[in-house]
Ligand binder design. Structure first.
Ligand code: 5GP
Length: 203
């Protein structure tokens, strides 16, 4: 494997997708990992673009078959990263970007080791997060309440991330993301380091 991994986490409403989309022009070739989920598609979401939408039975079968690099229960639904496309992208030397929750971050970091760079993206305060979620017309009160509850839990993991981006001004947040993604790409895995040292010694 010669690629690298950039894990992006943070509460819904932090602006993760907007930042990744805005930065995508400027970080070179990357593979955005499309997760599999058992939650219902939201309006406008497309199969194979936003997620692979499956039922609970198929998801659990895939768990048993060892098909996930990581998976977690988030807001009562399964979300997971399929192993195979990630393995392929890494083999092709790509930067693989994951938008996953804090549980996924813990697992992926353990299994992928030193090729991982991670970013936690958050609005400046909890009250700003509430304001942003409430101004999105798409979500009902219960959904907003659950998201805020998860955010309060997830913020406790912030210290486990390499970087924190406070999304106060979008342009600044995108600039920070671009810098981190460029650096993330340069990480070498253990095999790569071994190979480098062997060649460096001329053997
Ligand atoms: P949403 O339903 O708003 O698209 O996503 C809810 C949460 O699930 C977000 O925090 C998102 O980062 C997380 N998530 C999305 N895909 C995955 C995945 O494959 N694995 C894990 N662990 N979390 C995911």
């Amino acid at each position: 494997m010669s690629g690298a991994v950039l894990i992006v986490s943070g509460p819904s409403g932090a602006g993760k997708s907007t930042i990744i989309r805005s930065a995508s022009c400027c970080i070179g070739e990357f593979y955005f990992s499309i997760s599999t989920t058992t939650r219902e598609p939201r309006e406008g979401e497309q199969e194979g673009v936003d997620y692979y939408f499956v039922d609970k039975g198929s998801f659990e079968k895939e768990i048993e078959a060892g098909g996930f690099l990581e998976y977690a229960l988030v807001h009562g639904n399964y979300y997971g990263t399929a192993l195979e496309p990630v393995r392929r992208a890494l083999k092709d030397g790509k930067l693989v970007i994951f938008d996953i929750d804090v549980q996924g971050h813990r697992i992926a970091r353990k299994s992928l080791g030193r090729i991982v760079t991670s970013i936690f993206i958050t609005p400046p305060t909890l009250s700003e997060l509430k304001r942003r979620l409430e101004s999105r017309a798409s979500d009902d009160k219960e959904t907003i309440r659950r998201r805020i509850e998860s955010a309060e839990r997830e913020i406790q993991d912030i210290g486990k991330y390499d970087f924190v981006i406070v999304n106060d001004e979008l342009e600044k947040a995108v600039d920070s993301f671009v810098s981190i993604a460029k650096a993330a790409r340069m990480k070498m895995g253990e095999d790569e380091i071994e190979e480098f040292v062997r060649k460096w010694r001329g053997r």
